[in-house]
Design a protein around this ligand. Structure first.
Ligand code: ADP
Ligand code: MG
Length: 389
């Protein structure tokens, strides 16, 4: 789960990470009040779950309360389009009004899970700031990476090594080490999967501050953090993923054209791979679970069909505990409830698959039955390419 910048900063501040003061506003008038409280120059920042807001016009400097109100009026309600939002952009419903800070230098800093090495990795760069993607692509040697040992945890030498390599002075390295230790502690204690500070900045007075913050939390650990779970903003999430979550389906939307309905995560991954091999891209990952009941199959069809990019659907179910005839029953019943307006390829294998096949053939539904996975993938890719919706 991702959260907004203002929420990420609130969490980081609990761990002693220095962030400029600020508050969130939903109306221009509230933005004005916050600016009055803060005093001096402020920055009004669009709160959406995407970066690149600065370049997209979602971060604006204001001289005082009146200007903060005006800038908030411009930003609230705008559809912010940045490389991270996709072309459809994101509607801005909240702004963060925060003290303007003088910047002498911008740095990139992040902590993430390094799965290959089974540890946390710290990444930092003295170059980057908003151009970090370019640095990563063109001069990756300018990014310092350091592993945090899962046994020893954070130790101050990590801060010193990275701090000095960023060119910070001894006093700033001390501040940086404290900031970094706060971030690592925050990461571990909140079950985060990513903390990204871009930019971390140095002020002309030599202070080191987190000016932007992004945190992703591990969904599977949210039950341990009810205060963080409450930060969920469903406006920022894919509505289809929210609906799927409510129906108990494991669904992740992707950018292809072949809708997939599969039982079991491993088979779902293999199905996506084989679709790719046959020259099309999966529109989603969808694991209907071991049960694959009529209800879950119907809910799955509904969700798949609401994605306008889906040009054909592949149902690939292995009947182990669940019997194929029950799944076929589910598909036939679901097809009566939901109008499936795209080609549908069905492959059922395992317990009672012959009965299932007969039921599907006799149902009169315009579906394409496949026996083998390879054949199923070929047929669905053909159908997706030919089938305009
Ligand atoms: P995004 O990453 O979405 O573009 P940032 O929070 O990183 O948004 O802001 C973009 C840029 O705006 C920063 O790199 C920084 O130069 C400037 N900025 C952001 N917050 C402040 C602030 N409080 N004071 C001064 N400048 C700021
Ligand atoms: Mg940023």
């Amino acid at each position: 789960m991702n959260v907004h910048e203002y929420q990420a900063k609130e969490v980081l501040a609990r761990f002693g990470v220095p962030v400029p003061p600020g508050e969130v506003a939903e109306t221009p008038e509230q933005a004005r009040e916050i600016a009055e409280k803060l005093g001096g120059k402020v920055v009004v920042k669009a709160q959406v779950h995407a970066g690149g807001r600065g370049k997209a016009g979602g971060v604006k400097l204001a001289d005082g309360p009146a200007e903060a109100e005006e800038k908030a009026r411009q930003i609230l309600g705008m559809t912010l389009v940045s490389p991270q939002t996709g072309p459809q952009g994101k509607l801005v419903r909240k702004v963060y009004v925060t003290k303007a800070v003088d910047i002498e230098h911008e740095y990139y800093l992040s902590v993430l899970v390094d799965r290959a090495n089974a540890c946390l990795t710290i990444m930092a760069s003295a170059e980057g700031g908003v151009e970090i993607e370019k640095v990563a692509a063109e001069s990756p040697e300018k990014i310092v990476r350091l592993a945090v040992s899962p046994v020893a945890g954070f130790s101050p030498y990590l801060g010193r090594r990275i701090g000095f390599s960023l060119g910070l002075s001894p006093d700033q390295v001390k501040q940086f080490t404290k900031l970094l230790s706060g971030i690592v502690r925050c990461f571990l204690e909140t079950d985060a999967s990513l903390v990204e500070i871009n930019p971390m900045i140095r002020t002309p007075e030599g202070e080191v501050v987190a000016l932007d913050a992004k945190i992703s939390f591990d969904d599977n650990a949210l039950f341990r953090h009810p205060d963080i779970a409450e930060m969920r903003d469903i406006h920022e999430e894919d509505p289809l993923e929210v609906e799927a979550g409510e129906a108990g389906l494991n669904y992740i939307r992707l950018d292809g054209t072949v809708g997939c309905m599969v039982n079991g995560a491993g088979l779902a991954m293999a199905t996506m791979d084989i679709i790719d091999q046959h020259g099309a891209r999966p529109a989603n990952f969808l694991d209907v679970g071991g049960g694959a009941s009529k209800e879950s199959v119907t809910a799955a069809f509904r969700i798949l069909l609401r994605d306008p990019d889906v040009k054909a659907i592949l149902v690939n179910i292995f009947g182990g505990i669940v019997r194929c005839d029950r799944v076929a029953e589910g598909i036939i019943a679901a097809a009566k409830d939901v109008e499936i307006g795209v080609p549908l390829v069905v492959r059922l294998q395992g317990t009672n698959h012959e009965e299932a096949r007969k039921m599907l053939e006799e149902s009169g539904l315009p579906l394409i039955v496949a026996e083998e996975l390879d054949e199923a993938a070929r047929k669905v890719v053909e159908a997706a390419k030919g089938g305009a919706r």
